[in-house]
Design a protein around this ligand. Structure first.
Ligand code: UD1
Length: 341
């Protein structure tokens, strides 16, 4: 079976994708620098799939190390590239760190893929490329708006680098997957999200508040033009998201792609307000969440949810899990991590 490199394979989305790849019979090699992940995730993967993936601790900024890795694994057929920094606020303070971490590493990998007789490449992009879209739901044809942070810019530039490279490299096929808001954990709760420090994202903040690690959730603004005044996002279960990567990879490996470079939105197609997410959590956990409404968070867009037509029709992929499933698994995971389960 084909050998696939998963960079950032011990991270939140990466680890769930490794499990789904193994389920399909792929041989997986993980590169991770452990900067935002734990080596124990390998055991979590093993306990689900019964297979320990090959693992190499490597910082992808080490160009010589990347070259040596590909020399050793010249039989790699595809790469799913998750490894990147993703904290929006940090990227504003440390733009060069973000450009180096997210852009130079991408270039080094693509340079190696160019040397292979054939290569398939899946890139972790984000709905952040659309900014506040003029029309909802958001299709892949919505214009890419000026990035609001260096992090967002690395996703836009990353897509351009891949597209430009594919134009002149017939042996390279690539898909950029634009994620909406990934949440939840594997049903086994052997893997999940492990945010370091105070979580910036909504769902880990909710579960950490419920477990008593945070005093209360601050809901950022209830005066937006939405049904209950809070912002709308498209929360997609990480296992559905992981499956989309396997489907996208299969599309490239089986030459089902319509162009050398394609983009797909990955969301559920349904928008939920912050308060609807809180309600879903309260329903599945049976716990009352401590929260208060505070002012708007700078840089937040009002509403974003995906038009899933292209992913449904072209990829033949659909989400199977609900927001309640995601909140329930996120809560089970939080309890397990804190030793309450
Ligand atoms: C954020 C990033 C986005 C990135 C994504 C990665 C910003 C502005 N955007 O998206 O670029 O791709 O994470 O996961 O940082 N909320 C609260 N209280 C909280 C946390 C969040 O009310 O403590 C609200 C937010 O205002 C938002 C929603 O929850 O309406 C989701 O927030 P979050 O999880 O941070 O995701 P995004 O803002 O969509």
């Amino acid at each position: 079976m084909d050998k696939i490199l998963v960079t950032g394979g011990l991270g939140f989305i990466g680890s769930h994708t490794v499990v789904e790849l193994q389920k399909e019979g792929y041989e997986v090699v993980i590169i991770d620098d452990l900067s935002n992940s734990s080596i124990s995730v390998l055991d979590g993967i093993l306990s689900i799939s019964g297979k320990k993936p090959l693992f190499e601790k490597l910082d992808l900024k080490d160009k010589v190390g990347v070259e040596a890795f590909f020399a050793k694994h010249s039989d790699i057929k595809g790469v799913i590239h998750f490894a990147a920094s993703k904290a929006v606020g940090e990227s504003v303070k440390e733009p060069l760190l973000y450009y180096e971490n997210n852009i130079s590493t991408l270039v080094y990998i693509l340079k190696e893929l160019k040397k292979l007789p054939e290569a398939s490449f899946i890139f972790s992009s984000s709905c952040t490329v659309y900014g506040q879209a003029d029309e909802l739901p958001i299709t892949e044809n919505a214009p890419v708006k000026q990035a609001e942070s260096p992090y967002g810019n690395t996703k836009q530039i990353g897509e351009e680098i891949i597209s430009d490279t594919c134009k002149v490299t017939p042996s390279l096929k690539a898909i950029a997957l634009r994620y909406f808001n990934p949440v939840g954990a594997h049903a086994s709760v052997n893997i999940g999200e492990l945010p370091i420090g105070v979580p910036q994202n909504l769902v880990p903040f909710i579960t950490q508040t419920a477990i008593g690690l945070r005093e209360e959730l601050s809901v950022f603004g209830d005066d937006y033009p939405t049904s209950d005044g809070t912002c709308i996002r498209d929360y997609i279960h990480v296992v559905d998201l992981a499956n989309a990567h396997v489907v996208a990879l299969g599309r490239l490996l089986n030459n089902k792609n319509k162009a050398n470079y394609e983009t797909f939105n990955l969301g559920t197609g349904t928008g939920s307000t912050v308060l609807e997410v809180v309600k879903s959590f309260e329903k599945v956990s049976g716990k009352k969440l401590n929260y208060k409404i505070v002012g708007r968070r700078e840089g937040d867009i009002i509403s974003a949810y995906a038009d899933t037509t292209k992913a449904n029709d072209e990829l033949g992929w659909k989400t199977k899990l609900s927001l309640d499933d995601a909140m329930s698994s996120a809560w089970n995971w939080e309890q397990k991590v804190r030793g309450n389960k």
